[in-house]
Design a binder for this molecule. Structure first.
Ligand SMILES: Nc1ncnc2c1ncn2[C@@H]1O[C@H](COP(=O)(O)OP(=O)(O)OP(=O)(O)O)[C@@H](O)[C@H]1O
Ligand SMILES: [Mg+2]
Length: 248
């Protein structure tokens, strides 16, 4: 469902964040991207979603190359999940979830809660999927970190995306909440056949929950392997101090 070919991205200050990424992701796959800080994980997710202008290469979503015309469709079909949840703190859970139906140009509508009955039912359904129906009318700043991230997931799935991009969704959570969030993502991936690309730092979680792990180092893919055959020590190598000289 996603094909990335020779993707390169240089920032204005000269930083080469992506140095020719080649990647194919199949529909319904749960793919983890691992790699040390600065390796390009966030830049890769943002490039897929059109949030970064790329230097060269192409990204094919479905069967069409992403260009200026197609990107709004891609964004409509893609949900984003963030490390710091990016919720509006003084709003209720349900209103945060409903905001997932708005595109950026109509964000102001959320201030007036101009949502239809059907949309509110959709929001309640998403809250049920993440197990937080009983918190629909609680303010999100009264929820725990794990619960907030579940609201973040509900907001991402309300528009029925075919791709979810999660940028370190469990980095701010304790191990138990992290496990819960990743099992929820896995359930969503399996039940709704949503493709997931998830940036993580925890090797054990990547192996436990995803189908495939891609190791990124200094803007290049170092390995791309099914979790069925991968071993933890091999993957940990990417976090070693002397990783630059390693071959995977
Ligand atoms: N807006 C920007 N301007 C300049 N350089 C940037 C910008 N954003 C990222 N970079 C640089 O691009 C490289 C890749 O950054 P990126 O944020 O994609 O890494 P990451 O793998 O997500 O790291 P982390 O694990 O810390 O989140 C880094 O060297 C970073 O400093
Ligand atoms: Mg990052």
């Amino acid at each position: 469902m996603l094909l990335i070919k020779d993707l390169k991205k240089t920032f204005q200050n000269g930083t080469k964040a992506l140095r020719g990424i080649n990647l194919t992701v199949n529909a319904g796959e749960f793919v983890t991207i691992l790699g040390p800080s600065g390796s390009g994980k966030t830049t890769l997710l943002r490039s897929i979603n059109g949030l970064e202008n790329i230097d060269s290469g192409k990204i094919v979503f479905g069967h069409r190359k992403i260009d200026n015309e197609y990107i709004s469709y891609v964004q409509k079909k893609t949900g984003m999940i963030f490390q710091e949840y990016n919720l509006v703190n003084n709003l209720s859970s349900i209103n945060n979830v409903l905001s997932g139906l708005l595109n950026s140009s109509s964000k102001f509508l959320s201030m007036f809660y101009l949502f239809t009955h059907k949309q509110k039912l959709q929001a309640l359904q998403s809250l049920e999927t993440v197990g937080l129906l009983d918190k629909a009318y609680s303010r999100v700043d009264q929820l725990s970190g794990g619960q907030r991230q579940r609201i973040g997931i509900a907001r991402a799935i309300i528009k029925k995306p075919i791709l979810l991009l999660a940028d370190e969704p469990v980095a701010s959570l304790d191990p138990r909440a992290a496990n819960l969030i990743l099992s929820l993502l896995k359930k969503i991936c399996n039940e709704f056949n949503i493709t997931i690309i998830c940036n993580l730092h925890q090797v054990e979680l990547a192996i436990k929950f995803s189908d495939r792990i891609i190791g990124l180092l200094d803007g290049s893919i170092m390995f791309d392997s099914s979790t069925k055959i991968i071993d933890t020590d091999y993957v940990q190598n990417i976090y070693r101090e002397d990783n630059k000289g390693l071959t995977f």
